[in-house]
Design a protein around this ligand. Structure first.
Ligand SMILES: Nc1ncnc2c1ncn2[C@@H]1O[C@H](COP(=O)(O)OP(=O)(O)OP(=O)(O)O)[C@@H](O)[C@H]1O
Ligand code: SF4
Ligand SMILES: [Mg+2]
Length: 323
């Protein structure tokens, strides 16, 4: 059994928002509302959900890129949220980010090799020669050619730019890599290449991934476990096989029905469930279940009390009164 590398407990991130013109009290938007999950070393946990569900905010908080309101983020037995000074610098080496848009996340005026080298310059104490060797090795590891090192971002294709982003994320030999929609901006054919590269690198370097996507189809071959988020909450959390073969939450069932399956017999049986309506106002959340206004099986109790995330057997957790 691999050890737990990342253990997030009760993580909450809120943003102060201005509403109306009055002087009244402050309003908060709870982008991430008391979520807990863990990721085992060498494995991938995917966080999936619609736009605005809080995936990016949760990931940024884990990496200390936005401040958390409460909760703990344990990485290697230390709470990331409490690190300061030299400890924080070391944590930043251990946790790296791959962003959605490989173009806007790469400095257009820098050559590819200095982009990949940047985290080493900022965070590590390696010698200049060592850094040069590491950068050359990383270019090879991500499938770029040595003569491409001196090119600028605009001279690469989208997929190649994401390879630069991946090489940069690997530079400090991190333990945890957070991939925030790393293939959403790419063509489908290129998506598969980048996902394969991420899996190859995971095996080679025993990397742990927190993988974020709005698309269950993208994560189906990447994940060991999947957490489904809706309006700041985790509504279902299970290992990949349980989630894909027996989704329990109505929201997960709807998301899953939109994923094309390779198996044609299954596709014939599968009926696409459309989710009606819009999510509620995040600043003025309803009292009970946040999914109640869109849920096809909602009952009276659903708009009264908020369902808790409960284990329904073998670690499969669901937040729904009717499960
Ligand atoms: N800096 C901020 N200030 C105020 N509200 C914010 C801020 N960042 C995010 N939010 C709000 O927090 C909620 C969650 O946003 P977040 O970007 O984490 O969602 P997401 O699941 O990553 O969505 P997407 O799929 O569009 O990337 C949204 O309602 C968003 O408007
Ligand atoms: S608690 Fe009720 S409204 Fe919420 S998902 Fe379950 S059945 Fe639907
Ligand atoms: Mg996002």
């Amino acid at each position: 059994m691999p050890k737990t590398l990342l253990d997030v407990d009760g993580l909450t991130v809120r943003f102060e928002v201005k509403r109306g013109s009055g002087w009244g009290k402050k309003s908060y938007l709870y982008a991430v509302d008391d979520i807990s999950f863990e990721v085992k070393q060498g494995e991938t946990l995917s966080i999936v959900g619609e736009s605005g569900s809080g995936k990016t905010t949760a990931a940024l908080a884990v990496a200390r890129l936005v401040p958390a309101h409460s909760g703990t983020v344990m990485l290697d037995d230390g709470n990331v949220l409490e690190k300061q000074g030299e400890d924080l610098r070391q944590t930043r080496q251990k946790v790296q980010f791959i962003f959605q848009d490989p173009y806007s996340s790469l400095n257009p005026r820098k050559r590819a090799d200095s982009i990949v080298r940047e985290p080493l310059d900022n965070l590590s104490e390696k010698s200049e020669d060592e850094k040069t060797t590491i950068v050359a090795e990383l270019f090879e590891a991500v499938g770029l050619r040595p003569e491409q090192m001196k090119l600028f971002p605009h001279q690469f294709s989208g997929g190649q730019r994401q390879r630069i982003g991946i090489a940069r994320a690997l530079a400090t030999q991190p333990e945890l890599i957070i991939c925030d929609e790393p293939v959403s901006a790419l063509d489908v054919a290129v998506q598969a290449q980048i996902l394969n590269l991420l899996r190859k690198l995971q095996r080679e370097y025993n990397l742990t991934y927190l993988f974020i996507s709005h698309d269950l189809g993208v994560v189906q071959h990447m994940s060991d476990a999947i957490a489904v988020m809706y309006m700041g909450k985790i509504v279902e959390h299970a290992d990949r096989i349980s989630l894909f073969t027996s989704p329990r939450h109505p929201y997960t069932q709807a998301l899953l029905s939109a994923v094309p399956t390779v198996d044609r017999t299954q596709r014939a049986k599968q009926k696409r469930i459309l989710i009606p309506g819009d999510p509620p106002d995040p600043i003025n959340l309803p009292k009970g279940c946040r999914f109640a206004n869109r849920c096809p099986i909602a009952e009276a109790q659903c708009s009264q009390t908020e369902p808790e995330l409960k284990d329904v057997g073998q670690g499969h957790k669901v937040a729904c009164h009717l499960v």
